[in-house]
Design a protein around this ligand. Structure first.
Ligand code: ADP
Length: 452
């Protein structure tokens, strides 16, 4: 096992990794920007290093400083969390070249899946269904128009290097295509430094279903069933649950097998997520693979009783997988709501600032993963996730009731949060019935407004 793990991240995920390390008896190093001096991850780690100014590129994205921090503090491993450098193959490469273990897959595996067009191709070769679309990257507008004409509108143009819902544009017809194609390319270049794009058919009412997988260095890959992340805004997840109300045991097996097959094809090591779109007719299509721990991993933890972060660390240290999945059945039902410092009625405008009062919900089956406290100032520089509320119940009905009471008793004052909005989603008849898809919020814009 490692002696000391540096966490190259901030916020709730930094705390999550510190907790896992403590349970494993591993020391921890927090890194922080000048804006994060008062952060809890700094307080709870055994050691800490300030790595630079507030903007991410001067701190959490600065590879030489992160590696120097690990060397100075004698860390023998780095956990990247999610976001920032978690899926940056150069970072993984440089960490390994400095004789420090990277808690995640190899640089080659990150690279193979980081290029979404290449990952799509690999999925196809493995017999995993993909959304109809271009066989690879699309070079020119003319080629794009031809592909779009062949597969039929609407289509979605996606950045090959994309992530976080950026660099994606929908085109409903030929006229719109020209503009969407150009915009997607520009956005991709600005966000990912590559303007490579590919095209897919834009499905009308899909659900977002993803499979949690875990691989070890001994060649074993396992899946831990699905999460349903269909409540989205601008292609970004807001609510996640497991199991999916739309997936039965037979479908679970099929999607799970497809995910494992793909991961096995690249001898995947570590925690990963294979994302699919599920059509109302029951067909599913590979979308992309994320080669890291995800924000929504706790719903899987609640329904399996496994600690995915501890497992991730153990696997990186060379241990074999410790999971035994009982016939790939999940225990009860879990839901996660992402609480952000944002104002839904103002287009989710960020609301940083001082938290003047804070009281988290509790009771049986309620878990809150957060880094905030009364007196903490939410800095404007990073994403606006304040807390994740995760509930578990014996049934979906029980989990829903638990989530409603948890959200209703969650007090955060001083900044505007998405809590009231999430409460409305939890009461919407379509969500309660489990009958939603990724366009749910587009159809129900009134949910964004406070009715009073
Ligand atoms: P990112 O890497 O930016 O997260 P993804 O490829 O994972 O992007 O897609 C994010 C979301 O965009 C999906 O969950 C879905 O809501 C929507 N989406 C992506 N591709 C399609 C498609 N072909 N048809 C319909 N919706 C799509």
């Amino acid at each position: 096992m490692f002696k000391k793990v540096l966490i190259a991240n901030r916020g709730e995920i930094a705390l999550r990794v510190i907790r896992a390390c403590k349970e494993l008896g591993v020391e921890t190093v927090a890194v922080y920007s000048e804006a994060d001096r008062e952060s809890l991850h700094v307080r709870f780690a055994d050691d800490d290093v300030c790595i630079g100014r507030a903007p991410s590129r001067d701190s959490y994205l600065n590879i030489p400083r992160l590696i120097a921090a690990a060397e100075i503090t004698g860390a023998d491993a780095i956990h990247p969390g999610y976001g920032f450098l978690a899926e940056n193959p150069e970072f993984a490469e440089k960490v390994s070249a400095s004789n420090i273990a990277f808690i995640g897959p190899s640089p080659e595996q990150i690279r193979q899946m980081g290029d979404k067009a290449a990952a799509r191709k690999l999925a196809k070769e493995q017999g995993v269904p993909t959304v109809p679309g271009s066989p690879g990257p699309v070079e020119s507008l003319e080629e794009g128009q031809q592909v779009a004409g062949e597969i039929g509108f609407p289509v979605i143009i996606k950045a090959a290097a994309g992530g976080g819902g950026k660099g994606m544009r929908v085109a409903n017809d030929v006229d719109q295509f020209t503009q969407s194609f150009t915009l997607a390319k520009q956005e991709a270049l600005a966000a990912f430094n590559s303007d490579e794009v590919y095209i897919e058919k834009y499905l009308a009412r899909p659900r977002h279903i993803e499979i949690q997988i875990m691989g070890d260095t001994h060649g074993k890959v396992m899946h831990l069933c699905e999460r349903d992340c269909s409540v989205q805004r601008r292609h970004q997840k807001l609510v996640e649950e497991a199991p999916s109300p739309a997936v039965d045991q037979a479908l679970r097996q099929d999607i799970g097998d497809a995910a494992v097959k793909l991961a096995e094809a690249i001898r995947y090591v570590g925690a990963g997520t294979v994302e699919f779109l599920l059509d109302p007719d029951g067909s599913f299509y590979f979308m992309e693979m994320n080669t890291r721990i995800q924000v929504e991993h706790p719903v899987t933890e609640m329904c399996t009783n496994f600690d995915l972060v501890k497992e991730q660390i153990a696997v990186a240290a060379g241990a074999p997988l410790s999971f035994v999945m009982n016939g790939h059945r999940l225990r009860g039902h879990a839901i996660e709501c992402r609480v952000n410092a944002e104002d839904p009625s103002r287009n989710f405008q960020p609301s940083p600032g001082l938290i003047t009062a804070y009281h988290p919900p509790g009771g049986p089956g309620v878990r809150v993963d957060t880094h905030i406290y009364a007196g903490y100032t939410v800095p404007p520089y990073y994403d606006s996730l304040l807390a994740k509320v995760i509930v578990h119940g014996n049934t979906r009905t029980e989990a829903l009731a638990r989530m409603r009471q948890a959200l209703d008793s969650f007090i955060i004052e001083g900044v505007t949060t998405t809590i009231p909005f999430l409460g409305r989603v939890m009461r919407h008849p379509d969500f309660v019935a489990g009958k939603i898809d990724t366009k749910f919020l587009e159809r129900e814009p009134h949910l964004l407004k406070d009715p009073t």
